[in-house]
Write a protein that binds this ligand. Structure first.
Ligand code: ADP
Length: 489
């Protein structure tokens, strides 16, 4: 069954890779079917790029870098700004396309387009502020000057859970810094990436500055990581693939940014405002059907309020509506594919077998092949699979704790260190706990924390590098020290 999404501007639906300012013909290449996870229908067939196409994209990016790095910051800012404006103008089409290929509820897709665009706008502004420093000289006749220069060609490998924003968050700072980029989007969601390239072309980026190659991850990944012309890899995805790519980047000593998996604790103390905590829990847990790396993965709830929190969470969760994300009133769409269903089902079943009590949901829903219902498990202990693994599904797992020390120990009992949440109205406690948490980001009485103005990133096995904020261009720039001598002559 073919079901092409109807867009106001149908030219946003591109089905070939974009290399060196041209839409690839790629007649002889294999075809990748893009499916709507809500209906199972094929929405487009994309002609894939292979290793040779990827090499051409890298070479084009390398050629373009020579010119692009020499443009003024004002020129780069202007083109980025135009890209931002075109994105906002096309927002509804981009959202419709995203829901069709990714499944998330339409209001969430609309939100993501605005969120992704906010990075383009932000880095259009930041481009003008990538200044250097002047330091004292080591001798009376020298001065030390630091300038910041773009690292070169950047490869970006991105996931399907935020098909637009994860690209914008990497590509905008890279282009702002004067780098050029080759993006490999996830195979489940290439259409959003190609639509971004279409708008970037209209915005006026010179050929080769921004390339998108769609195809086999191993084949394209090997080219991107192996090429000496690529000076940096920015990756968002699973920890397992991140480790593999890090190894592949080692021989050419590439700089890397690694935004990897999370296992976010959501800690609720007995002095928390429970209305706030429940509202935050719903947003943090069920957004994108639980498929974000900052989703609350483990609810750690203090003894005396454990039962009440559980009852209230179940009641509030019962108000949410699972269905086709394109339908009015739906709050959560399907999971991305049948493998995701199998993974979540496996984690839930194994945890129930190990003693967790399922108080809501717990079995795939019969709305289609990719639907998993909102699920609440209580009496979860640290040995259980839902505690130890990133669930990436709409499953709330509740664990009990006695005191602050135990809450911190449970929260830190994982390799991951991306995002944590803590709810308490005691300002001393919330501050103490936030400082003790081994995470790159902490929501203090707040369940949604991402913004273009704040640094996003993790510690431990969640990776390194910070995206967004005034630090967001650092990963795309080298500091060069100029020792200015001869001041005495
Ligand atoms: P997820 O589990 O969220 O799908 P992955 O880490 O598998 O996360 O995927 C994130 C991105 O990494 C996707 O674009 C995917 O195609 C890509 N990817 C997966 N395996 C490889 C690989 N071996 N080499 C390069 N890219 C890969």
């Amino acid at each position: 069954m073919q079901q092409v999404p109807a867009l106001e501007d149908q030219r946003l639906l591109r089905t070939t890779s974009y290399v060196d300012g041209a839409w690839e013909a790629g007649e002889a290449r294999e075809v990748l079917a893009v499916n709507n996870p809500a209906t199972g229908a094929t929405i487009a067939e994309v002609r894939t790029a292979n290793a040779a196409d990827t090499r051409r994209a890298i070479e084009a990016a390398h050629r373009a870098f020579g010119e692009w790095r020499r443009t003024t910051v004002k020129e780069r800012a202007g083109i980025l700004r135009r890209w931002y404006e075109l994105t906002i103008e096309a927002a509804e089409d981009l959202a419709v396309l995203m829901t069709a290929e990714q499944g998330k509820a339409l209001f969430e897709s609309r939100g993501e387009i605005q969120y992704g665009a906010s990075f383009i706008e932000w880095f259009a502004e930041q481009a003008k502020r990538a200044d250097g420093d002047v330091f004292s000289g080591a001798t009376p006749h020298t001065r030390a000057v630091c300038i910041r220069q773009p690292v070169g060609v950047v490869a970006a490998i991105t996931p399907w859970n935020f098909p637009n924003a994860m690209i914008a968050r990497k590509v905008a700072p890279a282009l702002a810094a004067g780098c050029t980029v080759v993006v490999k989007p996830a195979e489940d969601t290439p259409l959003s990436a190609l639509a971004m390239a279409e708008l970037a072309e209209r915005a006026g980026f010179p050929a080769g500055c921004f390339n998108v190659v769609v195809g086999n991850p191993q084949e394209i990944g090997a080219e991107l990581t192996g090429s000496p012309l690529v000076r940096k890899l920015s990756f968002t995805g699973s920890t397992a693939v991140g480790k593999l790519l890090e190894e592949q980047c080692a021989p050419t000593l590439k700089r890397t940014t690694m935004e990897l998996g999370g296992n976010a604790p959501f800690i609720v103390f007995d002095d928390a405002d429970l209305d706030d905590a429940i509202a935050g829990a719903l947003l943090s847990k069920y957004r994108n059907s639980g498929q974000t790396c900052v989703c609350a993965n483990r609810f750690l709830v203090q003894d005396s309020i454990y039962d009440e929190f559980c009852e209230r969470l179940v009641a509030a969760t019962g108000e949410l509506v699972l269905g086709n994300g394109a339908d009015e009133g739906v709050t959560q769409g399907p999971l991305i594919n049948t493998e995701a269903i199998a993974k979540v089902t496996g984690l839930v079943n194994a945890s129930i077998e190990a003693g967790a009590e399922c108080v809501m949901g717990g079995k795939p829903a019969d709305l289609g092949e990719c639907f998993y219902p909102h699920t609440v498990l209580r009496d979860v202990t640290p040995d259980m699979p839902v505690f130890r693994n990133e669930i990436f599904g709409p499953v709330a797992a509740l664990t009990r704790f006695k005191d602050e020390a135990e809450a911190i120990a449970l929260a830190n009992d994982t390799d991951a260190g991306l995002c944590a949440y803590v709810y308490s109205r005691d300002i001393g406690r919330v501050w103490r706990v936030a400082e003790a948490l081994e995470y790159g980001m902490v929501g203090m009485n707040e369940g949604i924390i991402s913004s273009e103005m704040a640094p996003f990133g993790g510690v431990k096995a969640s990776g390194w590098g910070r995206e967004g904020s005034r630090y967001g261009m650092d990963d795309y720039m080298d500091i060069k020290y100029l020792c200015v001598g001869g001041l005495d002559r």
